[in-house]
Design a protein around this ligand. Structure first.
Ligand code: NAI
Length: 466
């Protein structure tokens, strides 16, 4: 196996940035260059204002940047110099053509792969870091081999990323496992050993799992599908709780005590978001259908459908509780990111809920501690697909939760930011018309305390008792 000295990562996003910054921090003897076509993003990585918010990321980047960690728009140079290349580009759901709405759009991945073939003058280990459908490595190999220069060989590895946004740095420092898939040939196994050595600089050997290529690719889709399935299962039960008087937190606690189930990831909520769960499940649905397994496809699709149901059920509940109309009423939405400790808003439930309220002609007052006003407008207008002018008079974006809640007939918690727990709720109550409602979409607030202040509190997974 070759000893990796220079790594290039194509794609400086939520995965490529933190992952390769941590590799640089943990492997001072390896030079890591992260490249991206997006100049604005690269400039931000080279500035004091990093393009993504993750606890602990600033320290990691500042500790290694300029020493063995570099950010550049010179994709070709990065590729040419490296002996190992991570491909960490976006793989969103296809918007048109065959498989639209389900299949992954592999265009970015294929363009990056072609670039590698065209620019490389020495042999490379090419690592799929992006989440891809099963068997993508095969098409990458075909592209690379068909375009390579004489004497240049490529080994392809699958090394899916399991970090969670919001805890990316601690996940990368101490991963549950690192998964590397390779062809079971001599050169495939050698490439696998080379990448294992990189991780072994800080990850215990027993946590570095080596498997076949296709198992590795499928494991990533499977892991996300099963995680999302837990959320949809608990959310489905939350609807039963609301109708019966059972309490979803008590049910989740009791169920999670079974060691076969386990306590984590059983929190009911307004629904899951983020760029991955929905996309990866739809990808699995598409894969199942292409393999003529319609029952399997239907099973996984239900996980996404339940999530859609949970979001609209919650939005409808707000309308119902506010005496069946919110037209002209001011509603505060606290939290825009899809979860706490990230500024990422992709597929955030807040977006669907805000749209629902806007359709009902409510006035919205929004606040999130990490999401920029510009990003909120991109989300509200679906990146320009919906005209902003008609919405503008109905939306204000505030710089604090307290400001957003002023005069609101309902306060709707969409993201579980810690700071919402310690707001001055008495003061907020004093500035709200009566009756003042709080809708806790994350089951995070002290219901009794809010009730004693005077709020009527509605949560997911408990019967209304205000
Ligand atoms: P992202 O959209 O934040 O970053 C991708 C970057 O790749 C963009 O900055 C884009 O400009 C760049 N790019 C695209 N084509 C390029 C090319 N040909 N040359 C150079 N740069 C190019 O996406 P993110 O969130 O980092 O996700 C990347 C992959 O990782 C996806 O497949 C995703 O499913 C997967 N993943 C994401 C996780 C997450 O929490 N966001 C977790 C685990 C996996």
């Amino acid at each position: 196996p070759i000893q990796v000295k220079k790594i290039c990562c194509i794609g400086a996003g939520y995965v490529g940035g933190p992952t390769c910054a941590v590799i640089a921090a943990k492997c001072p003897h390896i030079q890591v260059t992260i490249v991206d076509l997006n100049k604005q993003r690269i400039d931000a990585w080279n500035s004091d204002n990093l393009p993504i918010y993750e606890p602990g990321l600033d320290e990691v980047v500042k500790g290694a940047r300029g020493k063995n960690l570099f950010f550049s728009t010179d994709v070709d140079k990065g590729i040419a110099e490296a002996d190992l290349i991570f491909v960490s580009v976006n793989t969103p759901t296809k918007k048109s053509g065959i498989g639209a709405g389900f299949a992954a759009d592999l265009n970015y991945l294929q363009l990056a792969t072609r670039r590698i073939a065209e620019v490389s003058t020495t042999s490379k280990i090419v690592v799929e870091k992006s989440t891809v459908p099963c068997k993508t490595a095969e098409s990458m190999r075909t592209i690379l081999e068909a375009n390579s220069k004489p004497g240049c060989t490529f080994d392809i590895l699958s090394n899916p990323e399991f970090l969670a946004e919001g805890t990316a740095i601690s996940d990368l420092f101490a991963p549950d496992r690192v998964l590397i898939g390779s062809l079971q040939t001599e050169s495939g196994l050698n490439a696998c050993a080379s990448l294992s050595e990189v991780y072994a600089n800080w990850v215990p050997r027993e946590r570095i799992l080596t498997v076949g290529l296709w198992s590795s690719e499928l494991s990533k889709l499977a892991a996300n599908a099963m995680l999302a399935q837990r959320i949809s299962s608990i959310n489905a039960l939350s609807a039963i709780c609301e109708a019966t008087g059972a309490n979803i937190d008590e049910v989740a606690f009791a169920v999670g005590k079974d060691s076969r189930v386990g306590p984590k990831f059983l929190k009911a909520s307004v629904g899951f978001g983020g760029s991955c769960f929905q996309k990866d499940i739809l990808n699995l649905v598409y894969l199942s259908e292409s393999l003529h397994l319609p029952e399997v496809a239907k099973y996984w699709k239900a996980v996404v459908e339940m999530n859609e149901h949970q979001k609209s059920r919650f939005a409808r509940k707000v309308v119902d509780t506010l005496f069946n109309t919110i037209t002209g009423k001011k509603i505060a939405i606290l939290g825009w990111a899809f979860k706490k400790d990230t500024g990422d808003t992709r597929e955030s439930p807040s977006i669907s809920i805000a749209n629902h309220f806007l359709n009902e002609k409510a006035r919205l007052s929004l606040y999130d501690p990490q999401v920029t006003e510009e990003q909120i407008w991109l989300d509200l207008t679906d990146y320009g697909a919906i005209p902003a002018e008609p919405i503008k008079p109905h939306v204000t974006i505030q710089q604090s939760a307290e400001e957003a809640c002023k005069g609101a007939e309902a306060i709707v918690i969409c993201t579980e930011w810690d700071e919402f727990k310690t707001l001055d709720w008495e003061k907020i109550y004093a500035n709200c018309p009566r009756p003042a409602f709080v809708f806790d979409g994350r089951l995070m607030l002290d219901r009794k305390k809010l009730q004693s202040i005077g709020f009527r509190v509605v949560t997911i997974g408990t019967a209304d008792g205000y």
